[in-house]
Design a binder for this molecule. Structure first.
Ligand SMILES: *[C@@H]1O[C@H](CO)[C@@H](O)[C@H](O)[C@H]1NC(C)=O
Ligand SMILES: *[C@@H]1O[C@H](CO)[C@@H](O)[C@H](O)[C@H]1NC(C)=O
Ligand SMILES: *[C@@H]1O[C@H](CO)[C@@H](O)[C@H](O)[C@H]1NC(C)=O
Ligand SMILES: *[C@@H]1O[C@H](CO)[C@@H](O)[C@H](O)[C@H]1NC(C)=O
Length: 280
């Protein structure tokens, strides 16, 4: 038992250990990816000998602090375009080729053991959508008290986009209002489209300008995210005869002093609630 504890202690005390490997899961093909490796030295560890980055089995970058040197190897489909390394971390920016690659950070300490620690992570070059998402099913006008059902479909991408709906800039998350995010099966190139439905009940929103601004946003989770959006207006018909009717009814029901204390916003809500009850 003591031996095990001792050997664990020794193993940890002769080598730098990697404390963080940060490689984006998905990367934008038009941007450089930033790969970060952080490591720690225990008090008894020898100094840092080298930090190496590998793409699959090819070494693409080496930092040797004793020689104050960094070297990039441009021969394996990855171009290292920048680097910033010190005894605590080594950050490289790289422009990778298509597909998925395994990136490894390998840290070694000076002799006598030249002990090594390494960690790997996969990074895939995303295929970004070519077009903005498409909103379909928009009616020319929706009557107050009725609902509109609209659909948003993203362009094909890898990975699939996540769709979010906004009404008058407010995100819509209620499952009664937006369906789940559906993802199509992969096409021949492995790309998928997403779609998500929005049920708009204009009565639920305090609109006073005759329309609601609907926005669909499609996000592909690269770093930074790739975001495309489409906005449309949903026109809401006013029904003057009902409004007038409700107005006089409210006046009759409520003491006039309390009516006067309502703000315009509360008043609109009140009318809205009354209209809903009337419709129901
Ligand atoms: C690798 O390519 C980058 C960008 O083209 C260049 O700046 C760098 O000098 C190259 N490094 C080597 C070792 O060829
Ligand atoms: C390279 O990295 C350094 C340090 O992070 C940064 O100051 C510099 O602007 C970068 N250069 C390019 C061309 O990105
Ligand atoms: C990278 O992907 C390969 C193939 O899908 C998988 O076998 C491997 O476990 C992954 N590696 C890491 C570090 O996630
Ligand atoms: C929304 O659009 C997608 C793809 O365009 C379609 O498969 C789906 O059936 C539509 N959903 C609704 C509720 O119209």
């Amino acid at each position: 038992m003591l031996l095990i504890i001792l050997s664990v202690f020794i193993a940890h005390s002769v080598s730098h250990t990697i404390t963080l490997l940060d490689v984006p899961r998905w990367t934008d093909p038009k941007k450089e990816a930033e790969l970060r490796c952080q490591y720690a030295r225990q008090p008894l560890d020898p100094p840092l000998h080298s930090v190496k980055w590998y793409k699959d089995t090819h070494e693409i970058f080496r930092y040797t602090p004793q020689e104050l040197e960094t070297r990039a190897f441009n021969s394996s489909g990855v171009i290292v375009t920048n680097d910033s390394c010190n005894p605590e971390e080594c950050v490289i920016t790289a422009r990778p080729e298509r597909g998925t690659s395994k990136f490894t950070c390998e840290v070694s300490s000076e002799g006598p053991r030249f002990a090594v620690d390494r960690q790997s992570a996969n990074m895939t070059v995303a295929v970004l959508p070519e077009y903005d998402p498409l909103i379909t099913g928009l009616p020319t006008m929706v009557q107050a008290g009725e609902q509109a059902v609209v659909n948003c479909t993203s362009d094909y991408s890898l990975p699939a986009a996540t769709i979010d709906w906004f009404v008058d800039s407010e995100p819509q998350e209620d499952p009664l209002i937006t369906s789940e995010n559906h993802v199509s099966g992969a096409d021949g190139d492995g790309l998928s489209a997403s779609w998500r439905t929005l049920h708009v009940y204009p009565d639920d929103y305090p609109t006073q300008r005759g329309y609601l601004a609907l926005m669909c946003r499609a996000t592909v989770p690269t770093r930074p995210p790739n975001v495309r959006s489409m906005s449309v207006r949903l026109y809401v018909a006013s029904r003057p005869h009902i409004s007038t009717y409700m107005f006089s009814k409210n006046n009759a029901l409520l003491p006039s002093s309390s009516v006067k204390t309502f703000t315009q916003y509360t008043w609109t809500l009140l009318v809205t609630v009354q209209v809903s009850i009337f419709v129901t």
